[in-house]
Design a protein around this ligand. Sequence first.
Ligand SMILES: [Zn+2]
Length: 259
Amino acid sequence: MSTAILNRLETPQAKQTRRECPICQGTGWEIVQAAGQASMAKPCICRQATKIVRLRNEVGVPARYDRCELEKFQELNPTLQKAREAAARFIERYPRWSSGLFFTGPAGVGKTHLAVAILKEIFPLRGENLRFCDWRALPAVVPGQPDVWRQLADADLLVLDDFGSGPATADRLEAASFLLHARYNARKLTVLTGGPLRWAATFGRGPRRPGNEKPLSHTERFIRQLDPGTRFRLAEMCRIVPVRGEDYRRLFPRTTSLF
Ligand SMILES: [Zn+2]
């Protein structure tokens, strides 16, 4: 991918730049001709660039996830293989309502990679309203400015990345409750990622069993603070897909495609 083309497409003159693509002159097709063979057309590189820029601008996928695609996902252990299969099935069945997905596990094992790959596969197919949202980066709930949360509630497919990270303030808990109920009632699909999650410790009723003092992950802690109705909705609307493994960013510092 040419960074120069990407950068130019991000300017306000994006459309003009596309028309000026030196390879295809804006047709989106590159004509290639091997010696002694008839010429043929193949999709121009600028199409891919346009898609990446639209994913950044319209869906909100951060630039650091530009390269997260399903085919680049490395199945380094059985849980990663299962997680990839779950993502592939989700894409295949979309938009039929079954249930969303909740990729859970330690940092750096590939959860966000899969969530972004889902958005990427679905994005070019239909003109749907897709949104990527980093939970920690969400603004505080300001009375009279509910727009951000309303937009997230209305998205056809929403990825909530690192759900429950950051402080579990009353505002945040209330916003999570609003968002999950609204999306459940409208039968909208949601894909979440989060820290390690044990079902009983997170969704079970009553106090934690004595002897089970393993510290809670930030995601478990956040969900336990939600009201029981919201917890129930969350458990109902998403299938939990546990992912285990090493932090690949530490194992392979040069790898940028696994998150
Ligand atoms: Zn082109």
